[in-house]
Ligand binder design. Structure first.
Ligand code: ADP
Length: 237
């Protein structure tokens, strides 16, 4: 398949699945309103809400990567602990079956980041760590000085399915998903790591991963520590 056909196939599938389910549950509720219990009604509305959120996320991602527009980022002093903790809270609520731990070197100064985009990076990596790990797994988030001066390192370690070395470059490409025992059962559109890498690099950082010796993967992001001049840069998808 050409890249264009690939894109159309992925997007059609990604749009059709939630739309079909929204229509199906709405039709069932309209046709059988009087016969449904209060619990069923709540359950169906919850599914409609989840599927609508999935659609909104997809449309936002597609628009940001296909507009070609350059989005301005403002790099400022960011307290890393204060930026990372709320993201961990959101993901812990979304994935209650996983246990997420967080450690940070207290001597670490602030980062030089666009706060919202940095949180988007952490959110994407943390969500993947849960998505591609079996239930009840542990995820470890840690933040420390990087080995290169002027940078900090954020590591997200999971106990999941791992990534085979031949897929190393593929996972960062647009709309590219890698087949693994969990890809079929979890939602995704193959844009998360593409967007994450673009954001990291536009903030002058680097992203990489390695498979752990026992199981799972560790993603590492290195980003600059605070530098007194406020800077503006942009990301082009
Ligand atoms: P999506 O999750 O929507 O498929 P991503 O761009 O976030 O898209 O990830 C691309 C692919 O990389 C995924 O389909 C998955 O196969 C693989 N992947 C990403 N993160 C992990 C992880 N922590 N462990 C194992 N595989 C992963």
């Amino acid at each position: 398949m050409s890249k264009q056909e690939d894109f159309v196939a992925t997007v059609s599938h990604e749009l059709r699945t939630p739309l079909t389910s929204i229509r199906g549950f709405a039709q069932t509720m309209l046709a059988s309103w009087d016969k449904l219990s209060e619990d069923d009604k709540k359950k169906f509305i919850k599914i409609i809400e989840e599927q609508s959120n999935r659609l909104i996320g997809l449309v936002e991602n597609i628009l940001s990567v296909s507009s070609g527009a350059s989005n301005k980022l403002v790099l400022k002093k960011v307290n890393l602990k204060q930026a990372i903790e709320p993201v961990i809270k959101i993901i812990s609520q979304k994935y209650p079956d996983y246990s997420i731990s967080f450690s940070i070197n207290p001597k670490l100064p602030e980062g030089m980041l666009d706060n919202e985009r940095f949180q988007q990076i952490v959110m994407n990596l943390l969500e993947n760590a849960c998505k591609y790990s079996p239930k009840a797994s542990q995820v470890f988030v840690s933040c420390d000085f990087a080995d290169n001066e002027g940078f900090f390192s954020l590591k997200i370690k999971d106990e999941g399915v791992g990534i085979s070395p031949e897929n190393k470059d593929k996972i960062f490409q647009k709309f590219s998903r890698v087949d693994n025992p969990l890809t079929r059962s979890v939602q995704g559109n193959g844009l998360g790591l593409y967007i994450t890498k673009k954001l990291v690099e536009s903030m002058k950082g680097r992203i990489d991963f390695k498979n752990n010796n026992d199981k799972g993967t560790t993603f590492e992001v290195k980003l600059p520590l605070y530098n007194p001049e406020e800077q503006v840069c942009s990301v082009v998808y």
